[in-house]
Design a protein. Structure first.
Length: 173
């Protein structure tokens, strides 16, 4: 099955064009990627271990879910779909905006930080992508990064600290 992505310009405006996954990007073309970080009320992050045959970071621990938005999907729709596909959890993000976005060479990475207490024993993992999942504390994840077993996101340590601060700056006047 061919996976189609919408193409955006540098200002994140849809161009009306699409591309097939794996195709070469034209100069000035970008695509949308999403990540969902599910925390529980114990301040643990649900993490997944990638399958050994996955391209890019095989056998590595990663944040809850991530993937590219398909043509026609909004960021939140892509995040909901990926969460259900990868871990079998139906999540409603219709009232959520990405907590933050990281610009990378060929696109935009939207990160959703949400809190849900999920019984991971009831999840249905996508065999093609996910070996297993577990809840992990900040210290456990930092240890996995140090050991080279977790993808080294540059902001991982801060992720636990910023997730409760959606308001940003407060202005008084």
């Amino acid at each position: 099955m061919t996976e189609l992505w919408d193409i955006y310009d540098k200002n994140r405006t849809l161009t009306g064009r699409t591309m097939e996954r794996g195709s070469q990007f034209a100069k000035g073309d970008y695509h949308l990627v999403i990540h969902v970080c599910i925390f529980n009320s114990k301040n643990e992050l649900l993490i997944q271990k990638r399958q050994p045959w996955k391209k890019g970071w095989p056998n590595m621990w990663d944040i809850t879910v991530g993937g590219s938005a398909l043509a026609g999907e909004t960021s939140a729709e892509a995040a909901e779909r990926e969460t259900f596909e990868e871990i079998g959890y139906k999540i409603d993000l219709s009232a959520e905006r990405p907590f933050f976005t990281v610009n990378f060479e060929r696109g935009f990475d939207d990160y959703y930080l949400v809190e849900r207490d999920i019984d991971i024993n009831g999840l249905c993992l996508q065999y093609e992508e996910v070996q297993c999942v577990k809840w992990a504390s900040k210290d456990e994840i930092m240890q996995l990064i140090e050991e080279g077993q977790f993808i080294g996101y540059w902001f991982m340590e801060q992720l636990f600290d910023i997730r409760k601060h959606r308001a940003g700056y407060r202005f008084t006047g």
